[in-house]
Design a protein around this ligand. Sequence first.
Ligand code: ATP
Ligand code: MG
Length: 419
Amino acid sequence: MSERPQAPRGTFDVLPEQSALRLTVESAARRTLEAAGYRRIETPAFEDTDVFRRTVGESTDIVQKEMYTFTDGGGRSLTLRPEVTAPIMRAYLEHGMHKLAQPVKLWYLSSCFRYERAQAGRYRQFWQIGAEAIGSDDPAVDAESILLLHALLGELGVRGVRLRLASLGTAASRARYRELLQAHLRAHEDRLSDEVRERIDLNPLRAFDSDHPGTREVMASAPLLLDHLDAEDAEHFAQVQELLRTAEIPFELDPALVRGLDYYTRTVFEFTSDALGAQSGVGGGGRYDGLAEELGGPPTPGMGWAAGVERMLLAAEERPVPEPVCDLYVALAGEAPELRATAFALAAEARRAQVPAQLELAGRSLKGQMKQAGRLGARYVAILGDDGIALKDMESGEQETVASPSAVVAHVLRGRHPG
Ligand code: ATP
Ligand code: MG
């Protein structure tokens, strides 16, 4: 026998019972975000590779080693989206959304693709829920955006949540700071890990992420970006913090907070959960005032976040998942073809009347059908026989004769539990 194919490494099937749980995440996100004026957007699963190269950044892990990039039949370089912020900004520019009232508030639930080392909480295809507010640099946008993710995590019962916050300033202040940091790293080059030393020119900020003991010592005395912000950026950041305090959202300042994407400016943040192991990040984001220009658009401020659906579920309290409802099971007590046709029509009529109904489809004996109805938790069973329709109330066990399929539906509508 030939080998059976399996889902690719680092991917997973969402089975029916899990899909019910994921639906609770989607509903919570929709409620939380739409109540704040966010509307859903859906972009394609792949984009021109350029969209990510120009925004996420050539020197980032994502672009250097994690993208699923391929050439299509027309010779174009395309990439499965590793993240959704850049595609949304691409869509904002493409559809002239600057003409709408600003900020334009968009949310999404989309799959993302990254070629990563597969492990618990880290997959090669995973889902993100995200929110983007494009078109305003008001610090209230930052605070509200953070507050919404905080609310969503609370609604989902994500345990042990902590919020870390920092500001990266603008590109100009970051460039000045970068030189300071590079000078510090070069002065202590002999104590750094090879990887960090090789990246002093390309991405010195990543040194803050290192686990290497020597590097960590060097970083303990490194200059901090938070101490080198422009006056305007410092004031913007102070206001964001003030609003978060007013909203009573606890946070820690983390001057070493680095996000793995190059497009961030000013506010950056991350929520972690103590309930997760090594992959503790549940969601994060920040301000990306330079992103639109990277995509050839006019200067356009923006702020947003993305949270991992799988990580939120891993970190959330267990919750009961609603069972699928079956109010009517249509059983056959005879073999006649007319009976089968009537049964088929009855199930369809019931569903048209918003009564969840199922039909015998596996040729079971009547006894087997009653058992199956029990397994489904059916409220009523309609038994179609040569001498008419019997309707059995599965709760009381009572059975009565019913005149027509329409009468069955009417009866079930009257008798079922209020939905
Ligand atoms: P990490 O530090 O865990 O690699 P990240 O900084 O790469 O996360 P972002 O790019 O900010 O993460 O994505 C936002 C969220 O998406 C993360 O907080 C996490 O919940 C989720 N996420 C990111 N990568 C993966 C992955 N490979 N598998 C599952 N979820 C992921
Ligand atoms: Mg990552």
